[in-house]
Write a protein that binds this ligand. Sequence first.
Ligand SMILES: Cc1ncc(COP(=O)(O)O)c(C=O)c1O
Length: 383
Amino acid sequence: MISTFASQALRPTILEIDLDAAAANMRAIRELVGPHRQIFAVVKADGYGYGAAEVGAVFLGHGADALAVADLSEGIRLRSAGIAAPILIYPNSLPEVAHEIVRHGLLPVLVDLASARAHANAAAEPCDVFVSIDVSYAGVGIPAEQAAKFIMDMLELPHLRLAGICAHGHTHGDDRPYVEWQLHRFTAVVDELEAGGVTVPIRLLAASPFVLRFPETYLNAVEPGRILYGITYAGEKSPVPLRQVFHSLSTRVIAIQKIKTPARFAELAPFPVMAPMRVGVIPLGSADGLKWLNAGRVLVQGRPVSIIGNPSLEHTRIDLTEVPEARIGDEIVIIGRQGDAEITVTEVVERHGLGLNQLATTIGPRVTRVYRNMRSDSAIQPE
Ligand SMILES: Cc1ncc(COP(=O)(O)O)c(C=O)c1O
């Protein structure tokens, strides 16, 4: 494996991630929901692009009881990184992976009987499972009205033990009756199960929008994702302070090309050539997500300069004509601060119609994730 230092040296394009912010956000959410509820910190999509193992370890160190991921591969990666806490696997797998889920001690979220049977067959001893129920229009799960019967049928299978039920609550804002309808559909399933003698140990309904606005949905466990990364949307007010985990996206100048005029075939150049130019090349291109990540300009020596032409898969050109002091090796900020200048995350996502929670997932895997403020209490240590 190439170390972080070596990969930066090979290609100096980095996403800097603030682990102090991740820790502070986790503590703030723990404070908000109280000490007795379980918190499943959602680190799917590789921790919303910030690195599931690194941010997950910080969340676990600062108040989370468990992590939640999208699928088996993400769960295995966390186990390989040494994370021993409970890990919930959302329903994105086919029944044939049940053996692997059981083998790695992961907590599957089931939504059909075929998967339930596969887990029952794979397990040799009691196997904790969650069932997802659909209470809104946004979740994947058994429709709430059929869920209690499904769960009772499922519990007839050998080995399976109900660890909890979960649902992905949904809201556009302050639409309280919509939220109350979902809460009622959820608690009706719990009531029906308990009336039938089935205990529901963990009840998970509240993701970020509910955690921010609707304490009545906290039940005995919550599963926030984006707010742990400091992501809130316009019009959303957080009752606790949250900080952006995103710090900056930057690279360095790797080549400078001078263009003299008149230049032959200038009219065929991939960018307008009207006068002598100094063109800088940066090692970040469309395969790294640059199409969606740019503000049309970048910062060099604390000043904005334009991106010119279309990026290739790995390179982008910038106009250094007005910054004659710029040199090979200079830092180029794509998003973030440099001196007094700044290109904000909000500006970039609004320009491209990107969700804030998609920002870091759009930054390709070739971009080295660099962790600021790596905690000495983190399970994961810098290389
Ligand atoms: C099932 C489920 N629960 C919780 C979350 C966390 O959502 P959020 O990032 O809005 O907190 C997600 C993410 O979309 C999810 O799919």
